[in-house]
Design a protein. Structure first.
Lengths: 324, 284
């Protein structure tokens, strides 16, 4: 972890307006992402982790509204700036890899055409130059048979190859930040490990800041220095991966880690269900499922408690000091 | 064209459409007396002749050879059918893409305008436009296209909203491509399948509606040998000279049927699942 902050998120509130009501996807999120670190955002479906990634990448769907808050990137608030230069800079500096490699490419054109079309427009180079850059990017993504991949249609390639290709495409514009939204969820287990290793290696080679979205603590442990646990649109816990996994502070993190199936241990599920995303909470959204809940949990917002390198949003730690 | 081989009925559609297009292009060169088809001079001794070797489809009230007129009419139907669909696509595609991809207020306004057009029965709207514009081939095309484009806009809008949430569109956005490139290079090709099918089916319908306009007297003016007009010129003599309306009507029927069959063939063939089935059947 090096010191300087590259992305600074403050008080971020994002709602989705749907026919079924207002979905509160992010409820007051604060997060500082440091230059060159790899950070994992872990949470269940509906915890707001993908919305957070989409807000940073500026690809929120139309029915999403940023109600409050700021994202400072490169000393500019990218949410409030209407300047096209800022959008262009975000597009240049932030790359993204998506969950389903099968839909990451248009099914109608060969990979070569898509690489060349996109890169020649984005990097403003000739098609020949774009093809050269594509070859190099695919080679960097450890794809053997670069020519075969280039000449194939997406459906002719395996999920792992396509995910390598989409990583290559994302990195071909030399971004500073790479957002990976559950990049291994749709792959089989051995390919998952290869892709994670690849992302780790490329992060070092390209000097990237990596933001990984996942619901899998295994992925977090494998790739990231720092883990952020989200629940119901809020950050519950934030800290160095090893510390969080070995000694979870928040009752929700503890519950999640207990709910991971392991050999020789019975699995303890968290009782109850995640809350309705339309609900407004007076207190802590985890109240009601939490076995350490106290009186103020239902009435007061959980406070942000900083304990050394770690942060936890929970009443249990209010006023306590971290003794290491 | 391998699709036509697998289902004979589609082959019929393909043959009809091919013959129709060739006839339309070559019409003035293959009829015996082109000037006769346009003539309005009254020729009483030749009028109302039954189909015979001399006049295979008979003659009309003014003594003009019907075969000549029906064959020359092919060209007008071809021009009208293709132009109406192309012009409608030309108007409908950008509006549908813009409304679907950009959405928001602009999208709502554009789609509500399309809805206003869709609220009228299409032929009624076309009759209204045609009456205002006046008779003529070009005006018929414009009148039909003006009532036609919202159907494509709606189709494209629906398809665009479903395609734009796919990862490759987000991926294109995040790579920094401009919205025009994304709309025309990444979304449009991926929604082309239903569009091609619909457009093919619609060439037939456009021919039919153009004929209806001419029949009603707001389309192409006489003495143009347009099929709908030929039907309308003959219907008052239907009891004594059935052939005057019958053969142009038959031509409309066959050509519209041909385009419908071809459209159905495209619908099946462009669906990859069905196509694979067909290919597998061929292998066996």
């Amino acid at each position: 972890m090096s010191g300087t902050t590259i992305i600074s998120i403050r008080g971020l509130v994002v709602n989705y307006y749907t026919f079924g009501g207002v979905i509160k996807a992010l409820r007051d999120v604060d997060l500082d992402i440091n230059h060159g670190e790899s950070i994992c955002i872990v949470g269940e479906s509906g915890s707001g982790k993908s919305t957070l990634a989409q807000t940073i990448a500026m690809i929120l769907p139309q029915n999403a509204v940023v109600e409050r808050g700021s994202i400072i990137y490169d000393s500019v608030d990218i949410l409030r700036s209407s300047s096209l230069d800022v959008l262009a800079r975000v597009r240049r500096d932030i790359g993204m890899v998506f969950q389903d490699p099968a839909t990451s490419f248009s099914p109608l054109f060969p990979i070569k055409q898509q690489f060349v079309d996109v890169l020649s427009e984005v990097l403003k180079v000739t098609p020949e130059e774009a093809l050269r850059i594509s070859r190099e990017a695919l080679k960097n993504a450890r794809l053997i048979e670069v020519e075969r991949v280039l000449n194939s249609y997406p459906h002719e390639l395996s999920g792992g190859m396509l995910q390598r290709a989409s990583i290559a495409l994302a990195l071909a514009k030399k971004p500073k930040v790479l957002i990976a939204d559950e990049p291994t969820t749709n792959l089989d287990v051995t390919t998952q490990a290869e892709i994670l290793d690849l992302i780790k290696v490329l992060k070092r080679e390209y000097g990237l800041t990596l933001i990984m979205i996942t619901h899998n603590f295994g992925v977090a442990a494998h790739v990231c220095d720092r883990v952020v646990v989200m629940y119901a649109g809020m950050i519950f816990e934030d800290g160095p991966t090893r510390q969080v996994l070995d000694n979870p502070l928040h009752p929700y993190t503890r519950g999640l880690l207990m709910a991971i199936p392991r050999m020789g241990r019975s699995l303890t599920p968290i009782p109850g269900f995640p809350p309705d995303p339309r609900e407004v909470f007076e207190g802590c959204p985890f109240y009601g499922r939490c076995n350490s809940a106290r009186g103020e949990c239902s009435t007061q917002k959980p406070p942000r408690v900083v304990l050394g390198e770690r942060t936890v949003h929970c009443h249990l730690y209010w006023g306590s000091q971290w003794k290491s | 064209m391998e699709f036509a081989v697998h289902r004979k009925i589609y082959l019929v559609g393909l043959v009809i459409v091919t013959l129709f297009v060739i006839t339309g292009i070559l019409a003035p060169y293959i009829v015996r007396r082109p000037e006769d088809a346009w003539g309005i001079t009254y020729n009483p001794e030749k009028a109302f002749k039954q189909p015979s070797l001399e006049n295979p489809l008979g003659t009309d009230a003014l003594g003009r050879d019907l075969l000549n007129r029906v064959v020359l009419g092919t060209r007008f139907s071809l021009i009208i059918g293709v132009s109406v669909v192309s012009l409608s696509l030309f108007i409908g595609i950008p509006i549908g893409l813009l409304a679907g991809y950009l959405g928001g207020r602009l999208g709502t306004v554009l789609m509500r305008i399309a809805d206003i057009f869709l609220a009228f029965p299409p032929l009624l709207l076309a009759i209204a436009f045609a009456s205002v514009l006046g008779r003529g081939v070009l005006n018929t095309i414009i009148a039909l296209a003006l009532s036609w484009w919202p159907w494509y806009t709606r189709l494209i809008y629906i398809q665009t909203t479903s395609v734009k949430s796919l990862a490759y569109v987000d991926s294109a956005r995040i790579m920094g491509l401009n919205p025009i490139t994304i709309m025309f290079k990444h979304i449009l090709p991926n929604i082309a399948t239903p569009l091609i099918t619909q457009a093919t089916l619609d060439i037939g319908s456009a021919i039919l509606e153009a004929s209806a306009l001419s029949f009603l007297g707001v389309g192409v003016p006489p003495p143009t040998p347009e099929w709908g007009l030929l039907v309308s010129e003959g219907w008052q003599y239907i009891n004594m000279a059935w052939w005057i309306s019958f053969f142009p009507g038959l031509a409309i029927l066959v050509v519209v049927l041909g385009f419908n069959l071809l459209g159905d063939a495209f619908k099946e063939y462009l669906d990859p699942r069905v196509r694979n089935l067909m290919v597998r059947r061929k292998v066996k």
